[in-house]
Design a protein around this ligand. Structure first.
Ligand SMILES: [Zn+2]
Ligand SMILES: [Zn+2]
Length: 370
């Protein structure tokens, strides 16, 4: 959701003080899911004393409460359940993985503007803020991975890396200076600038909700024998296809930031704690091969071994065969990052190598596609 309003006044509002105490426990060792094998990290200095970011928190609470309707039998249908996974593919894998991440953040392939913007709109339908903010935060993560300025390292605590960082104001995140530094290519594009401005991207999300509901109820009306059945079927499509899917895609995307920096195996020496986590990889259609991704950020493929299934990459390759995308970058991990390590949970390499400036992250190294 929208950029954090940045203020110099760090005192939390009084009404939020008790909640703040709860939230501060994220930084307490008792909340740390990291094992002894992992380093501990302080939360970013720019988040210390930050207020609760209510716009995010209220959406999180509201959608999680609505998602509980999934446990009410009246709202159940197998079509609804299928729509969670189909929706994850189109709005999560095509929107967030391909659009926000591999294309807009890392430039892993090229395509026409209309297709790029279609991916971006699909990503917006996953309610993960504007492309400008998502890309800026992710490039910042790559620059400072598992160091203190990293906006969402789970070395602070699992919950912090998963979603805590989203509901606490961070003075460095969401500012114009940050966008200028990490997403200049996007804010200089009128389309993305306008989407970010005035919460327009949120309007796009609401529009998709209305369209999804309208089509869902229309289909339900056409296939159901009675109006009562049509209402029930239409509601099941809405609850599962929009609410449950959005919450599901949230958590699996957040799991890339949390679980895939804590648990799993590593193919490469990357100087931070990223891991290949097969559960996250399966759920996200490939994003969980996160150590591979950190080792070679521009590669369109996150699965590097034959068994590392990456449906997101398969989709890109299919689009390439159809002539819709080109210059797809293959894995090309620099030699100094290549090494074989076993399945471990202790993943600190003690290798604080630089992984590039924001500028290189934005532009990426020059590389030939195959
Ligand atoms: Zn990461
Ligand atoms: Zn990335």
């Amino acid at each position: 959701m929208a950029a954090h309003a940045v203020t110099e006044d760090h005192d939390p509002p009084r009404t939020a003080s008790s909640l703040k105490v709860v939230l501060e426990t994220w930084n307490h060792p008792i909340m740390a899911s990291t094992t002894e094998a992992h380093r501990r990290l302080e939360m970013p200095e720019s988040a210390v004393g930050g207020r609760i970011f209510w716009p995010y928190l209220s959406y999180f609470i509201a959608l999680h409460i609505f998602a509980l309707l999934a446990f009410v039998p009246y709202f159940f249908s197998w079509t609804g359940v299928a729509l969670v996974f189909i929706g994850n593919y189109f709005f999560g894998s095509c929107g967030v993985n391909i659009g926000y991440h591999r294309l807009l953040t890392h430039g892993s392939f090229k395509c026409s503007k209309w297709l790029e913007r279609t991916f971006a709109i699909l990503g917006i339908c996953s309610l993960q803020d504007s492309p400008v903010r998502w890309v800026a935060v992710h490039r910042m993560h790559h620059q400072y991975s598992d160091e203190r300025p990293d906006p969402h390292s789970p070395l602070v605590s699992f919950l912090w890396g998963h979603m805590g960082w989203l509901v606490k104001e961070n003075r460095e995140v969401g500012t114009l200076a940050m966008f200028d530094r990490y997403a200049r290519d996007l804010i200089s594009d009128r389309f993305y600038r306008n989407l970010h401005r005035n919460f327009n991207w949120l309007g796009v999300w609401f529009l998709h909700v209305v369209l999804f509901a309208a089509v869902g109820f229309l289909v339900a009306y056409m296939v159901s024998p009675t109006p009562e059945k049509a209402l029930q079927f239409g509601l099941s499509i809405f609850v599962w296809g929009v609410i449950v899917r959005t919450v599901y895609v949230w958590h699996i995307t957040w799991a890339v930031n949390s679980a895939s920096h804590l648990w799993g195996y590593r193919n490469y020496k990357t100087g931070e704690d990223s891991t290949n986590n097969w559960v996250v990889a399966l759920l996200t259609n490939g994003e969980g091969w996160h150590n591979n991704h950190h080792a070679d950020q521009r590669s369109a493929a996150h699965g590097h071994k034959w068994w590392e299934m990456d449906l997101t990459y398969s989709t890109i390759k299919l689009l390439e065969k159809l002539g819709l995308v080109w210059d797809v970058l293959p894995p090309r991990v620099p030699k100094h990052r290549q090494r074989v390590v076993g399945t471990v949970t202790n993943v600190s390499d003690g290798d604080a190598e630089s992984i590039g400036t924001p500028e290189t992250q934005a532009e990426g190294p020059k590389r030939k596609a195959v």
